[in-house]
Structures are given as C-alpha cells and as structure tokens.
Design a protein around this ligand. Structure first.
Ligand SMILES: NC(=O)c1ccc[n+]([C@@H]2O[C@H](COP(=O)([O-])OP(=O)(O)OC[C@H]3O[C@@H](n4cnc5c(N)ncnc54)[C@H](O)[C@@H]3O)[C@@H](O)[C@H]2O)c1
Length: 251
C-alpha cells in the first residue's frame, strides 16, 4: 500500500498505460479519478475497475470542459495529491503530408491539454499544506527523432520543456516529473501495427519486446509515492535500452 490515501487524477486512464496505472494505483491504496475522452470508455472503465472513486468523460483540449471535470474530481476525491497527465494522441504521417488540422489537433491534445489540467492542479496543490506531485507521460520521441511523427515528436519535446520549467517554479511544494515510455503495447500501437511491423520494431529494441503497461505503472507508483520525495525535474525513461541502442556500433 505505497499510495495509501493519495488522491489521484489520471487522464487517458481508460486504456493502455493509463488503465494499467489506474489498476495498480487502486491496489496501492490510492483514491482515483479517471478521465476519458470517450463516454463509452468511461462506462467500461467504471465497470472494469469498480474501486474507482470517480470517472469523467472529457476532452482535455477543451478548456471549459477541463474546468468542470477538475472541479468534479476534486469534489469526489476530497482534494488532489497526484496528477498524472497521460492522455495523448499520435497520427502517422510524412512531414510533408501532415495537414494543419492534424498538427493543431495533436498539439491541442498533447500540449494544451497537459497545460490546462496541470495548471489547475498546480494552483490547487500550491494552496495546500502538503503540496503534491505532477507526472507527465511524455515519450522517448520528445528526445529522439522518429520518422512519420513530426507533430507528435514536437508535442512530446514541448512537454519535457514545460515539465522542466514547472519543476523549478513549483518546487519545493510540488514535484514535477516526466515519464518517457519507449514502445509499449497498447491500443495506440496495436492500431498501427501489422505482424511484420511488430516483429521489426521488437528487433530494434535490445530487450527484444515492447513494454507492458504494468511495467510503466511500477515507475508511476514510485514517482507518485513519498519514496520519491527528492525526485523532481526528472525524465524517467523506460524503453528496454532502445534509445541508447540507436547509433550503437554493431559488431
Ligand atoms: N504506447 C506507446 O508506445 C507509447 C510510447 C511513448 C509514449 N506514449 C504515451 O503514453 C500515453 C498513453 O498512451 P497509450 O499508449 O496508453 O495509448 P492509448 O491510446 O491507449 O491511451 C491514450 C489515452 O488518451 C485518451 N485521449 C486521447 N485524446 C484525448 C482527449 N482529447 N481528451 C482526453 N483523453 C484523450 C484516449 O482515450 C486514451 O485512453 C500517451 O500520452 C502516449 O503519447 C505511448
């Protein structure tokens, strides 16, 4: 019970990494409010994880909707100790084929969405005695170039830059960290893979496979817990050595 009594919001918490984190946080004793984009997912996650305190169907790119969902979550949880900004989208396209609407949408969800929610959380946490922790799911793509994802890569790089500034401005009351997953097997990946593609991608990861959401969840538990009291401004990569392997000599 490493998160006993912690009050937590997880955006994008109905599928993939976010759902793995929600499930594990419940086991660790947290009170959890999950935010989902899709009302059907909201119903499904409420049934699958009956221990949840609250579920909201909200688009994180919609500022007024975020205000309402945040107020509802605070009320249901009785406060907020940990925010996990995890909602995100990616669209595969050549740089020259990305249309302006796609670019705007990726930025609005991945960057504006994190800004809207984390600013509300920071204001709330600053006003409470025990502060809090904000965790942002960025990506190795915020650091390394991946073909066909110029907008997504740019959005994740922006999150890392914002996280660093938040960490210094909000210290010492609020800890702010980023988690950089590498390839993780979730609906986001499954939507894009053929079996051949999966095999090819596994081939470039020294660990030989994708991460599982529950492996990410273990890292989130640590960063949300009081064991991580000195962790702030950090980028925590979990990628099976994929980023350090690119450019490595193969003999
Ligand atoms: N899967 C990977 O390989 C990988 C790698 C690096 C980073 N990530 C990041 O991890 C996070 C979770 O992704 P995932 O892989 O679990 O995929 P996913 O598609 O299962 O999860 C993304 C979640 O965000 C939600 N979402 C999307 N747009 C939203 C919006 N406008 N408002 C509210 N919620 C919205 C979706 O409903 C979904 O639940 C994302 O930020 C993603 O960029 C994933």
């Amino acid at each position: 019970m490493r998160l006993e009594g912690k009050r937590v919001i997880i955006t994008g918490g109905s599928t993939g990494i976010g759902a793995g984190v929600a499930q594990r946080f419940l086991k660790e004793g947290a009170k959890v409010s999950v935010w989902c984009r899709n009302p059907d997912n909201a119903k499904a996650v409420a049934q699958e994880l009956p221990g949840l305190t609250h579920v909201a169907a909200v688009d994180v790119a919609d500022a007024p909707g975020v205000d309402v969902a945040f107020a509802e979550s605070l009320e249901a949880l009785g406060g907020l100790d940990v925010l996990i900004c995890n909602a995100g989208i990616s669209i595969r396209n050549n740089f020259v084929d990305i249309d302006r609407e796609e670019f705007d949408r990726v930025m609005r969800v991945n960057v504006h969405g994190v800004f809207y929610v984390s600013q509300l959380a920071a204001r709330h946490m600053q006003a409470q005695e025990n502060g809090g922790a904000i965790l942002i799911t960025a990506s190795t793509s915020g650091v390394t170039a991946y073909r066909y994802y110029a907008d997504y890569n740019a959005s994740k790089g922006a999150l890392l830059a914002m996280m660093r500034t938040m960490a210094i401005e909000l210290a010492p009351k609020i800890r702010v960290n980023a988690v950089n997953p590498g390839y993780t097997m979730t609906p986001m990946q499954e939507a894009e893979y053929s079996p051949e593609m999966l095999q090819r991608v596994n081939g470039i990861i020294p660990m030989g496979r994708h991460a599982r959401p529950e492996e990410l969840a273990s890292l989130f538990v640590y960063l949300a817990s009081d064991e991580a009291a000195y962790a702030s401004g950090g980028v925590f990569t979990l990628d099976g050595a994929e980023s350090v392997a690119s450019g490595a000599a193969t003999l």
